[in-house]
Ligand binder design. Structure first.
Ligand SMILES: Cc1ncc(COP(=O)(O)O)c(C=O)c1O
Length: 442
């Protein structure tokens, strides 16, 4: 048994799927899943915690917590630097984590998986390397109005610095990406199309496969912000046909401080590195005249300068193993079910006192519900909900341009679901909102 087996094998205390007699998966066994998340038994203000802030960050199962603890207890050493056993084992764990990520998103191999801190860093990396390497004055970059600030600012900065034009695609009245506008915006001048897979406010799931196809007709690079999609649905980068995918470990049961940039191997080989320093080079030479030159390391290490977040990689790999045991189709189905149920209950119980943003069709939206209660500030609603032990986010959710487009000066309240959330929690949430409205209107 090698070190990889040792750290990743945890007793299968839970069987999170419920099967019928013929072994076909019927639904997730949420009761069992919840037992894996210690924080869910916490009380907030004397009430049970209802965690509906998953779009900001997810909670962590005991398997991930244990993998992190065990790494420090048994394997901790710097990677790619020592011949001693610990360094070899630690390197192997970290490298294998890249393989696990690659398989999860159907990348060709570890050389297409760069570990970064988070989605924001991954998108900045692309703008700073591909962007400066390929764009010049008069070129065009396309994004959409539903982007998170992390998929706006790197591109607007790049556009300003190279003299390129930033084009922003609008949404339709049903909160979908305006595909006609996108098709009209594309031209020979388009060099990059950077679009979110799932809006972190509207929940809208964009048709990335189609976007990729039409953008590639103009030879534009397709960069996808997968911060909200990778944790919640099956992702196949080859099927999507994209060039880059950015996502964060902390939103998918993993630790903070670890994120991923997927990119096609031939592109990563072609573009310059982002950060320079240790481990990303093969050799460095300097003469006393002050001339230095270096040969870059193999992929993906060329893009991972300095001591990386080793334990973060180990934790992310364990999170992916957990998600794979459940099955990403089951994760998606569970969240579709929760979202459909929540929308129905909110409409039935609160009706004209609530405004919900996002597409009506459940098939094109993820487990995110942004809303406002009529005549109530979103932050006030969030604070009231906290009194019930319900964690939601309020404000602009790092998507201020979208809120401005929707004319929402104070933002919105956002409830977002994950594998451990239940119908029962949604009922409690709807009742809490009803009580808040009753108090407000009395
Ligand atoms: C769609 C989207 N993009 C990017 C980000 C940024 O992620 P991170 O803060 O992990 O860099 C988020 C985080 O909420 C997000 O929802």
């Amino acid at each position: 048994m090698n070190s990889y087996d040792i750290i990743y094998i945890f007793p299968k205390t839970t069987l999170p799927l419920q099967c019928n007699n013929s072994g076909v998966i019927m639904s997730l066994n949420i009761k069992e899943i919840r037992k894996d998340f210690p924080i869910l038994s916490r009380k907030i203000r004397g009430k049970r915690l209802v965690y509906f802030d998953n779009a900001a960050t997810s909670q962590k199962p005991i398997q991930v917590i244990n993998a992190i603890k065990r790494f420090y207890e048994e394997f901790n050493a710097n990677i790619h630097r020592g011949l001693h056993t610990l360094s070899q084992e630690s390197s192997e764990l970290y490298e294998t984590a890249h393989d696990i990520v690659a398989e999860f998103i159907n990348a060709s191999g570890r050389e297409e998986v760069v570990f970064v801190r988070n989605t924001s860093e991954a998108l900045n990396l692309v703008a700073m390397t591909l962007g400066f390497h390929t764009l010049s004055k008069g070129d065009e970059i396309i994004i959409s109005i539903m982007e998170h600030h992390s998929n706006i600012l790197p591109w607007s900065n790049l556009a300003k610095r190279v003299g390129a034009k930033l084009k922003i695609i609008d949404i339709t009245p049903n909160y979908m990406l305006n595909m006609e506008m996108l098709e009209e915006a594309l031209s020979e001048k388009t060099k990059i199309v950077a679009i979110t897979h799932m809006s972190n406010v509207l929940g809208t799931i964009n048709d990335i496969k189609r976007i990729s196809k039409i953008a590639h007709e103009y030879d534009a690079f397709v960069v996808v912000d997968g911060a909200q999609s990778v944790p919640h649905m099956p992702i196949d980068v080859k099927d999507l046909g994209i060039d880059f995918l950015a996502f964060s470990g902390h939103k998918m049961l993993g630790p903070t401080g670890i994120g991923v940039l997927y990119a096609k191997k031939e592109i990563l080989e072609d573009i310059p590195p982002f950060l320079l320093g240790g481990d990303m080079i093969r050799e460095v030479h300097c003469d006393l005249e002050g001339n230095c030159w270096a040969k870059w390391n193999d992929l993906p290490w060329k893009f991972e300068a300095g001591t990386p977040n080793i334990v973060g990689g180990v934790g992310l790999a364990e999170a992916i193993k957990y998600l794979k045991r459940i099955g990403m189709n089951n994760v998606r189905n569970h969240e579709m079910d929760l979202t459909g149920y929540a929308l129905q209950r909110l409409n039935e119980e609160i009706g004209d006192q609530i405004i919900i943003y996002g597409p009506k069709e459940i098939e094109v939206r993820g487990g995110i519900i942004a809303f406002n209660l009529v005549n109530m500030d979103p932050h006030v609603v969030a604070l009231y909900l906290d009194e019930y032990g319900i964690a939601v986010r309020s404000g602009f959710h790092c998507a201020q341009p979208l809120h401005e487009r929707l004319n929402l000066k104070n933002g919105s309240v956002r409830a977002s679901f994950y594998i451990y959330n239940t119908h029962d929690e949604i009922d409690y949430f709807v009742n809490a909102l009803k009580e808040i409205l009753r108090k407000q209107n009395s």
